[in-house]
Design a binder for this molecule. Structure first.
Ligand code: SF4
Ligand code: SF4
Length: 509
């Protein structure tokens, strides 16, 4: 049956009010640190010698290398990157299981850049009330000027964001000069353009829509959170019934003052989508008979960047940024009530708290078997990576026997095998390696392209050296199907040696 109702709902803009408090301060600090790391890192120099790049952090796609300060990862060592990615995943699992969506609320790029864009928006257009009025106002010269200024500032931030990203992939000062002289590779301009557009749109216009509708992470996190997870919650047994009863007058006065400061609540409130696995809404604990501490001032809603009401219970849209905690604590201080009507709380503690008991300490929630398991896996992989980093051989050599054919018989009856030996020189200067072999049988070694047994490898490069091993006619190695042998490579400068085992194939009579 056809109905007139539409499944589409246009976005209602959200104008979060400025708030101050301990969590806001923490968010400022994290924002400054994360943005500082992102923008500054490509400009840190690190001397690696004349043949190697002097950028501390560099993803050198052309040469398939990754430089991170003193660590250099070659493409064949990709397991380090894989290990770091697994660690990052486990770290997210650990934090989500212990503290809910702290990643989303404090450090996710979408949150950090949206926060930055909001700072600009407030700076140009004013706080919530002023922005609401501007939004409602018809287009005028003033509105056009404010909007144009805001969009221009957002665009500058977006270009800087896209620009900073490409600096990670090539020498930053050189690329900056090329970009300014319009002589950089087209890929650089394309990347900057794409990242500029996504930053501008995601941070300026889509904001909470990215978190609610585009990002799959909230759904995944819902499966990782449980009732022992500490997360932002409203103590409904303390807050309800709202603003009623004996303190109505006091509540109404406080509410009027705060509402005047906060401005009216217009429709920018997201629907309350319950967080899967966490029973959806409120604690369900018993409410008190008298009036609750919540004066229904909407301060917690007005500061929320997601436009939700935490009093509806835990919701998929809540990124646990804790700004509603700061807002409500401010209100509680004004009406002379204890802080913490909204606070970090585990739902498993709600009945105990509602009955007048003390909640378990934060550590009891953090040190749970699941979190210990996540941390143990995370630490084990981290230690394995550090160990692997320190035992990396100075000389890296691989040996690949050429098996088509396995051997050739020369005119004098000599049996010859061919091998491809790959040597890597990870140093900033050319190196010479002498190749040799040891075996239980008499075998001779020769190098293609050189009379002696020394092969030169340019700085920071690898070389494939073809090697021939021969057994004299009638000797034991020539007559045996397989003879074990060991190739040696000696660095003539340092005297360091490396070896790889292989086999020599003879004619089995
Ligand atoms: S800020 Fe606190 S008092 Fe005000 S509506 Fe929210 S929960 Fe109630
Ligand atoms: S309800 Fe809003 S302000 Fe409160 S933690 Fe969730 S996203 Fe942040």
């Amino acid at each position: 049956m056809m109905t007139d109702s539409s499944l589409y709902a246009a976005r209602v803009p959200i104008f979060p009010r400025r708030v101050s408090g301990r969590f806001r301060t923490l968010k400022w600090a994290i924002m400054i640190v994360t943005l500082g790391i992102y923008y500054v890192t490509p400009w840190i120099r690190w001397d690696r010698g004349p043949a190697l790049p002097d950028q501390a952090v560099l993803v050198d796609l052309a040469n398939r290398r990754f430089y991170f300060f003193w660590i250099e990862i070659w493409s064949h060592e990709f397991y380090f990157v894989a290990g770091l990615l697994i660690m990052a995943g486990l770290g997210l699992f650990l934090f989500t299981s212990a503290l809910g969506r702290v990643w989303c609320g404090y450090a996710c790029p979408q949150t950090v850049w949206t926060d930055l864009f909001l700072v600009v928006e407030r700076w140009i257009e004013g706080d919530r009330n002023a922005r609401l009025r501007l939004h409602e106002a018809p287009w005028s010269a003033r509105k056009l000027r404010l909007r144009a200024s805001k969009w221009a500032a957002w665009l500058l931030i977006s270009v800087a964001t896209g620009g900073a990203w490409v600096f990670y992939f090539t020498d930053a000062p050189t690329l900056l000069r090329d970009l300014l002289t319009v002589s950089a590779h087209p890929a650089a301009y394309t990347t900057i353009a794409i990242l500029t557009a996504t930053t501008f749109v995601f941070g300026g216009f889509m904001r909470e829509q990215v978190c609610i509708y585009m990002c799959p992470w909230p759904r995944i996190q819902g499966a990782m959170m449980e009732e022992d997870t500490l997360t932002v919650a409203y103590r409904d047994w303390r807050g309800e019934p709202r603003g009623k009863g004996l303190r109505r007058r006091q509540a109404e006065e406080a509410q009027a003052a705060i509402t005047r400061a906060a401005g009216p609540q217009i429709g920018g409130r997201a629907p309350a989508i319950p967080m899967p696995g966490l029973s959806g809404a409120r604690s369900g604990a018993a409410r008190q008979d008298g009036p609750g501490d919540c004066i229904d001032c909407n301060a917690c809603v007005n500061v929320c960047p997601m436009g939700i009401d935490i009093r509806d219970g835990q919701q998929l849209a809540c990124i646990t940024c804790a700004l509603c905690i700061d807002a409500c604590d401010e209100v509680m201080a004004k009406i002379g009530k204890p802080r913490g009507l909204i606070g970090y709380l585990a739902l498993s503690d709600a009945p105990r708290e509602a009955a007048g008991g003390r909640p378990r300490g934060a550590w009891a929630h953090v040190f749970r078997p699941r979190n210990v398991l996540y941390f143990s896996l995370w630490a084990a992989i981290g230690m394995a990576l550090v160990f692997a980093l320190f035992i990396r051989p100075e000389i890296e050599m691989t040996v690949a026997p050429v098996r088509n054919p396995t051997f050739v018989t020369l005119s004098d009856g000599t049996i010859r095998n061919t091998y491809d030996i790959r040597l890597r020189n990870k140093h900033g200067e050319p190196r010479a390696f002498r190749l040799s072999l040891t075996s239980g049988s008499v075998l001779a070694i020769a190098l293609e392209g050189t009379e002696d047994l020394v092969t030169e490898i340019p700085a920071n490069a690898q070389k494939l050296q073809r090697v021939y091993v021969s057994a004299r006619p009638g000797g034991p190695a020539a007559a045996r199907a397989e003879t074990a042998l060991r190739f040696w490579a000696e660095d003539l400068a340092s005297g360091d040696r490396a070896h790889k085992d292989s086999v020599f194939n003879g004619r089995e009579d």
